[in-house]
Design a protein around this ligand. Structure first.
Ligand SMILES: Nc1nc(=O)c2c([nH]1)NC[C@@H]1CN(c3ccc(C(=O)N[C@@H](CCC(=O)O)C(=O)O)cc3)CN21
Ligand SMILES: O=c1ccn([C@H]2C[C@H](O)[C@@H](COP(=O)(O)O)O2)c(=O)[nH]1
Length: 283
């Protein structure tokens, strides 16, 4: 939690104002942040200086792992975070590739599970990585990337946390995740949880111990309309100790994740937090 607050404070102290055309709201911005999460010792990186809706963050990750392409699918599993980008952004509403209400297009999990090859066949990046890791193989390219510049115009938003690299050292699995753009008050609260859960889940279904998850962010920002709440409210609070995350031990395969796992297979114990803060969201 301290590393999160340090990043927030760094943006407040050293950030530079950058105009943003897509949302029309300028952002206080820093470049480069390195965060790490101790998954092996189950220190769940949930924000404690405000209430964190961790189940929605986990549901969003489950949707990515299943290759969802519609905000309605995300809503059905308990996550409303894609409603605005699918239905309220003018550039996407006017894009002829949008297939109607709730369509997100070829973003995130679509690329992860259904990457299109030039010959028309598709590639399942996640299945390849899980199969290799299950067999103790790390070919130094156990990478899942959602970043497909050739198909940006087919999706509502370019992926933010775009690439995940898994590494095996003996029987311990590590994760390095890359993020190009980070809304620190809103998005990072979700992204920290997702890095942690992605490593914990993949370690569980491939039969390895989880080590650390490393999270590398290029552009980390606070939108101008979020700044007073961050600077004058959230940053004035003292954090509590990290809680722990219990994952249903019956989750044993990628197929389990695809078929029956829900956000209720994840339970946090020992979570103490301050009052909720509702940050404005820029579409
Ligand atoms: N401007 C912006 N920031 C983001 O963080 C973001 C996007 N856009 N677009 C794509 C996804 C959607 N994400 C979101 C969207 C909404 C919340 C949000 O409203 N969170 C609230 C409540 C969540 C709930 O009740 O389930 C929060 O207080 O954390 C979080 C992440 C992350 N991404
Ligand atoms: O997982 C996510 C998804 C999105 N974000 C934030 C980062 C930016 O504030 C916006 C995306 O806007 P771009 O103009 O495409 O950079 O969404 C996030 O923090 N985490």
């Amino acid at each position: 939690m301290k590393q999160y607050l340090n990043l927030c404070q760094r943006i407040v102290d050293e950030g530079v104002w950058v105009e943003n055309k897509r949302t029309g709201t300028r952002c206080l911005t820093v470049i480069n942040a390195d965060l790490e999460y101790d998954v092996g010792n189950n220190k769940f990186p949930m924000i404690t200086t405000r209430k964190s809706y961790y189940k929605a963050a986990i549901a969003e990750l489950l949707g990515y792992l299943r290759g969802y392409d519609s905000a309605a699918q995300f809503r059905d599993i308990g996550c409303k975070t894609w409603d605005a980008n699918a239905n309220d952004n003018n550039a996407w509403l006017n894009n002829p590739n949008r297939k109607g209400e709730d369509d997100m297009g070829r973003v995130y999990g679509v690329q992860g599970r259904n990457w299109q090859r030039p010959d028309g066949s598709t590639l399942d990046q996640l299945a390849k990585v899980v199969n290799n890791l299950k067999n103790g193989i790390d070919d130094r390219g156990e990478i899942i990337t959602f970043y497909n510049p050739g198909e940006f115009e087919l999706g509502c938003l370019r992926p933010c946390m775009h690439t995940h690299t898994f590494s095996l050292l003996g029987d311990t699995l590590y994760l390095t995740s890359y993020q190009r753009s980070c809304d620190v008050p809103l998005g990072l609260n979700f992204n920290q949880i997702q890095c942690f859960v992605l490593l914990a889940l993949v370690a569980q279904i491939t039969g390895h111990k989880a080590g650390k998850a490393y999270h590398k962010i290029a552009n980390a920002h606070i939108y101008e309309n979020q700044l007073p709440l961050m600077r004058d409210v959230q940053l004035k609070r003292e954090p509590f100790d990290s809680p722990q995350l219990n994952i249903n031990p019956n989750i044993k395969s990628l197929e389990d994740i695809e078929t029956w796992v829900t956000r209720d297979d994840f339970e946090v114990v020992g979570y103490q937090c301050h009052e909720p803060i509702q940050y404005p969201f820029s579409v």
